[in-house]
Design a protein around this ligand. Structure first.
Ligand SMILES: C[S@@+](CC[C@H](N)C(=O)[O-])C[C@H]1O[C@@H](n2cnc3c(N)ncnc32)[C@H](O)[C@@H]1O
Length: 357
């Protein structure tokens, strides 16, 4: 047994207290980010074209005059968390000049890879309210805390709320734009020579459009729920089909499941994979399913692992899904009667899993 002297006890207690405080107040990071995005601060600094002083920033914001001093405090916490850098630090706060960082450049509206739609969707009260119901949900039979809060499954809710439908689809599309080019670059040989691919749960087709353009011989089908693809028009080698992947998946030589299986529990995933297998088998024997999702790995850097844990909690609270480690993926693949698989780590916390019938 270790004995601690009085000073150690006090210092450990204080550390424990700050640890708890930082956890209690972690939501302030999210909400300050939302505020900065709502006010368009990254765009204002970017459009200014050079480091922007606090006084200039304040005069560019549509805020009430009594709130002017609050902007320094908002910028201070956001600078602390890496969204801005600063120069010309003097006694006079108004002279501090702010610059963008890699993180805030990714929030610019004009950036085709902008993460701003993801901020709007994920931090809307529709998505944050369910977190207050987590412990209630753990004691009831509902499929998710989202259902406990909103009385519907997530996908059903999205189908009935056109504004949130647009917000959510745009957030997925913005995510896809960020990873598409990297993905195609890293996985060229996976799509090379393929005749057709069905992007199941392909949203509004952001990924499929890039595939169709990069591989003109490849016939791409975006398959998603009718309210997502209704009214969308394809091109020569791209078409949209509305339907339910639990019923039937259009035929293809390959099926892409990008950010799909982590939305669903094991039983649902096995059903989806079996539907994929049926679709592939109608085209012959050499097909494959290409899954893009996370493979949980606690050996990765702390930051990546934390991101994976956040997504796992998101899948639990909003949907019925989870993030899986390799062993859990293999169990799913074999349960759906696929015979072989290959995992390639591609994009930070995400991997590509090719599975073969
Ligand atoms: C997390 S999003 C992923 C979107 C896209 N693959 C991407 O990576 O950006 C999941 C997609 O699955 C679709 N989806 C949900 N249930 C579905 C079903 N039963 N049949 C077909 N698509 C479905 C949703 O509409 C949504 O577009």
């Amino acid at each position: 047994m270790e004995f601690q002297n009085g000073d150690d006890v006090a210092s450990n207690l204080l550390k424990a207290q700050s640890h708890i405080w930082n956890h209690i107040f972690n939501f302030m990071n999210s909400m300050s980010l939302k505020c900065v995005v709502d006010l368009g601060i990254p765009d204002i600094i970017h459009n200014y074209g050079k480091p922007m002083s606090l006084s200039k920033l304040i005069s560019s914001l549509p805020i009430h005059p009594s709130k002017k001093p609050c902007i320094y405090r908002l910028m201070r916490i956001m600078t602390h968390s890496g969204f801005f850098s600063q120069q010309n630090i003097t006694e006079n706060e108004l002279e501090i000049e702010y610059m963008l960082t890699d993180a805030s450049r990714l929030l610019l509206k004009e950036n085709p890879m902008s993460v701003t739609p993801f901020v709007h969707a994920m931090l809307s009260p529709i998505m944050t309210n369910p977190w207050h119901q987590m412990s209630t949900w753990l004691k009831n039979e509902d499929s998710s805390a989202f259902e406990t809060t909103h009385g519907r499954y997530f996908w059903d809710y999205v189908a009935h709320d056109p504004i949130f439908n647009r917000l959510f689809n745009e957030s997925m599309a913005s995510h896809a734009r960020l990873v598409n080019d990297l993905l195609i670059e890293k996985c060229k040989e996976v799509f090379n020579g393929l005749e057709s691919v069905v992007d199941v749960g392909g949203g509004t087709g952001t990924m499929a459009k890039v595939l169709a353009k990069s591989f003109p011989q490849l016939k791409c089908t975006v398959f998603d729920l009718p309210h997502v693809v209704d009214g969308l028009h394809g091109s020569d080698n791209l078409n949209y089909v509305g339907g339910d992947m639990f019923q039937e998946i259009p035929q293809g030589h390959a099926i892409l499941l990008k950010w799909i299986l982590h939305d669903w529990n094991d039983e649902e995933c096995v059903n989806i994979l079996k539907k994929c297998k049926e679709s592939l088998e109608k085209k012959g024997k050499d097909g494959k399913v290409i899954i893009i999702d996370m493979v949980l790995d606690n050996e990765t850097t702390d930051e990546s692992f934390e991101t994976q844990l956040f997504f796992d909690m998101l899948m639990m609270v909003i949907l019925t899904g989870k993030e899986r480690n390799e062993k859990e993926w293999v169990k799913l693949i074999l349960s759906a009667d696929f015979s072989d698989y290959k995992i390639t780590s591609i994009l930070g916390s995400r991997s590509m899993i090719e599975i073969y019938p």
